[in-house]
Structures are given as C-alpha cells and as structure tokens.
Design a protein around this ligand. Structure first.
Ligand SMILES: [Zn+2]
Length: 503
C-alpha cells in the first residue's frame, strides 16, 4: 500500500509517467449516485472531479511524507563502502531526485547531517511541487471559463474571500467550495480577521479597472463587489480544535467575522459617494468534515448568526434522492432560510452548497466520517506574500506578512506547532520565505528580493536558539505573478549545492 502511495507521488509530481497505479483509496462517489451505503455517494457529487482531486492531494502529500522513511534508509547505509552511490539510487527511486553531493560526501568525516538533508529534501520537494503546479495546472476547474459569467449573472463582478490562515482551510477555494482558484481572490488572515484597508485598496483597484478598462465588466453594469469571510469550527472537538485565534469559540469566530465584514462595508459607504456599497457573505467550515454552513443574507443583505443552511444536514437529507429532487430541495432550503434573499445571491449560495456536497462526499469517501488529521499536520511554514499553489489542506502553515514584527504572533504560533511536529523528533523547521511581485512594475523584483532577505534575517534573529542548533532552515523565493512562471529560488540556508542533474 505504501509502495502504491509512493509511486503515485512520483507520477503526480511529474516523474516518469507510470500508469495503472491506483491511489490508496478512491472517493466513494466514483459511481455517481451510489449512496446506498449511506457512507458516501450523493446524487449531486462530482465523482470524476473527486477522483482527480484525491489523486493530486494524496500524490503531493506522499511526496513530502516519503522524505523521512527514505532518509532513515539512507542513514542506515552511511557506513557502507559505496554509500554515495546507493544513497543516490535510493533517493532517485523513492523521492525522484538526487541528494546534494556535498552533504553525502561529508558523511565519512562525521555523522551524516540528517537535519540539513531533511530540510533540503523538503525545499526540493516544494520547488518541484510549484514547478508542477505552474507548468501543468493540475487543479484547473472544468467550469473555470464559465464562472465569471455566472458570477456576474448573480450580480457580482468580484468574489474576494478571506478565510482563516489555519492550514486546515488552505483548500477552501478549490476543494471545499470547488471554485476555480484563479477566478476568485483569496487572502487569509489569522481568525479570518482581514485587513479592512487592504480590502478597500482592492475594491478601489477593482472599480478603477472596470471604469478604465471594462474588466471584468464595465462600471455601469449593476453588479457589486462581494466579500466573503470563512470562519471555522470543529464538530469532533469543538472546545479545543476550533479556531485558535478565537479561543475555539465558534460563536465568537462567527461574530468577529461578521463585524469585520460590516466594518468593510461601512468604510466603502462612508468613503465613496453615489451609493457605493458592497455585498457580504459569511460562511463557517467544520474542519473535520469540510461541511459548510452559509449564513443566507436577507433582502437588505443583513446577516444573522443564527440563520444559516448547514450543508451536512442537506447532504444527509438529499443523499437518497434523485439529482433533480436534491437540487430542488437545496433551492427550497436556501429560500426557506431567508425568504426574501436576493435572487442572484440565492443562486450563488445554491451553487456553493451544491459544490460543497461533492467535498463532503470526498471526505467521507476518502477518509471516513472525518479527517484522521483533525489537528495540525503541516509539512512546512510559508511566510510572506503569495503561495497561490497552496490549495491543499494541512500542507503549509500560513504566515502572511510584510515584516516579521507585524506577524510575530502568527510566526510564534507556527514555530510552536512545528516544535511539536518536527523539533521534538530532531527535525528542523523548514520555512519558505516568499514574496510575489508584479514583473510589469519597474523595480518590483528587487523590492521582493530585499523583502525576502530582510524577513529571513529577522527569522534567524527571532529564533536564534533554534537556528543555532540547526533546527531552523529558510529558503527564500520570489515569483513574478505576471509571468505565469514558477518560483525563483534565491537562497537557502542549507549549505549545499544540489547534485549534478538535480536542477
Ligand atoms: Zn482559525
């Protein structure tokens, strides 16, 4: 089973294109409408998409999770006479790339530097994961082209989403809501407490583009900017595994999200004339099952914390129906929740709920009643601005920041999580410092590079004790988001150049 998992990882990350290797478990809804067992299968679930999403998710995660067992085998070989050759063969077979010769060749002097080798492998796997994402577009949505038109038909020209920065919500856009990731804006914040000024800036930019360039539609079209906040809770362990930023208090998380949304709306209304306003939507996610609850607004756009549609209940109520019956009950439930909801808003919510039924089915089919990793299980920390490729749950701990000082609390939480995940096992904390820039803007790359260097230096200063013990490693990368290219690696604290042919 593990072997199949590893082969899958190589195939998904673009190594030799083997075929016929089955992933560990496929989603239960492959045969559309096979809900007889009640465990999985739903008439509105998209089985084929579930299979593709699972192949991708399990492949990427296996690529990271194969590192430790492979390095254990490498370690066992280090006193053999042909150690370097055998280690490289093993790395190629299991990981799909060569290990850095400099680290291997020093092994005869002292012990093999496993923490360095581990960090190097995580960074190399991350680089390959990015390369694959930008070159092959593995998460492209079948309805991506149609989405913009659909959104405008619902009365919105932009969908701007702020989830909590918790790694268990990193897959919100492409998995939980099944939206095309390039057609919506995502900016995560601890506790979903988005920056109102940053959102105002985005709103101004959006309206300016409509006015000047007619993108995505002209300024006179009667559509609005829609801001969505996603808070989260845990159905399995509500007292402890909810949103850390709100003390695992679901009500508090929801109320804080709503308050921030209202502050943004108020700011737009007070700052701009001519009836300028935005629309708001609040959703909650159960991080154990990925089921959403949508707080359906009324005709005036008001949101009530106690008035929502729960996708989990909807799933259970409709899983034995025909697709037509299920879709019809879905529509009735949304309108029943808030009878005077605007019709465009109702249509959008229906689609979000219908998409979420596929995700509930996905989790049930692939993992059982709930995720086995209900808590943190991230593979690395990402700090900076960017990370469009991270659309997978529990892969990366996000710390969006411009400076280490401003995000000190988020980073401390990340380091604490990784002290338990990695340092306790003698493994270093791998941090990717990343700043995306607009290549069309003169000097933008240079500023991104300077940003990376400053943040990396501040990280080593703040966590000097860990760094001194070799338990903190940083790779600095930038990316031109206008070029649709992969990341550019600037520097890495692992003191090794890759083996010839590895890059
Ligand atoms: Zn949270």
């Amino acid at each position: 089973m593990q072997r199949a998992h590893r082969q899958q990882s190589r195939r998904t990350l673009g190594w030799s294109a083997g075929t016929g290797t089955a992933p560990l478990r496929r989603p239960g809804a492959v045969g559309r409408g096979s809900g007889a067992g009640g465990e999985s299968g739903h008439p509105l679930s998209r089985g084929r998409e579930n299979t593709a999403l699972f192949d991708y998710e399990s492949g990427v995660k296996a690529a990271f999770d194969t590192i430790v067992p492979t390095l254990k085998q490498v370690s066992a070989l280090q006193h053999e006479s042909d150690f370097e050759l055998r280690a490289q063969r093993l790395a190629q077979a299991e990981l799909g790339f060569d290990l850095p010769e400099a680290i291997l060749s020093d092994a005869w002097i002292a012990q093999l530097d496993m923490p360095q080798l581990f960090a190097w492998c995580v960074f190399e796997t991350y680089r390959r994961y990015c390369d694959q994402f930008y070159a092959q577009d593995p998460l492209v949505a079948g309805d991506a082209d149609e989405f913009e038109g659909f959104l405008q038909a619902c009365g919105f020209h932009t969908l701007d989403i702020s989830p909590c920065a918790d790694g268990r919500l990193a897959h919100l856009v492409r998995y939980v809501l099944r939206l095309p990731h390039r057609s919506v804006r995502r900016k995560s914040y601890a506790g979903a407490m988005f920056d109102v000024d940053d959102s105002i800036q985005k709103w101004v930019e959006t309206e300016m583009l409509r006015f000047r360039e007619g993108r995505p539609n002209t300024a006179d079209a009667p559509t609005r900017y829609l801001k969505l906040v996603a808070y989260h809770h845990s159905s399995v362990d509500p007292e402890h595994a909810g949103c850390a930023a709100h003390g695992s208090d679901t009500r508090r998380a929801a109320a804080a999200g709503l308050e921030r949304l209202q502050a943004f709306q108020q700011a737009i209304e007070n700052s701009f004339c001519c009836g300028a306003s935005i629309d708001l939507l609040l959703i909650g996610i159960d991080t154990d099952t990925d089921a959403i609850r949508v707080h359906v607004p009324d005709a005036r756009g008001s949101i009530d914390l106690d008035r929502y549609v729960d996708a989990q209940a909807l799933f259970d109520a409709t899983c034995r129906m025909t697709a037509t019956q299920a879709a019809s009950l879905l529509g009735e439930t949304v309108r029943g929740c808030s009878p005077d909801v605007a019709s465009g808003m109702a249509t959008l919510i229906e689609r979000l709920l219908e998409h979420n039924l596929s995700q509930i089915d996905y989790v049930r089919g692939c993992y059982g009643q709930q995720y086995p990793d209900g808590d943190h299980a991230e593979r690395f920390i990402g700090a900076g601005v960017g990370f469009e490729e991270v659309q997978l749950r529990n892969l990366m701990y996000f710390a969006y920041l411009d400076t280490v000082e401003e995000a000190a609390q988020d980073l401390d939480v990340g380091v604490k999580i990784f002290s338990a995940l990695n340092v306790s096992r003698g493994l270093p904390i791998p941090v990717v410092v990343r700043f995306d820039y607009h290549g069309r803007v003169p000097g933008a790359r240079e500023r991104a590079v300077t940003h990376c260097q400053r943040v990396a230096k501040a990280l080593f200063g703040r966590y000097a004790e860990l760094a001194g013990r070799g338990l903190l490693h940083v790779m600095q990368v930038v990316r031109d988001c206008n070029a649709n290219a992969s990341i550019e690696v600037l520097e890495c604290s692992v003191n090794a150049t890759p083996a010839a042919g590895a890059h």
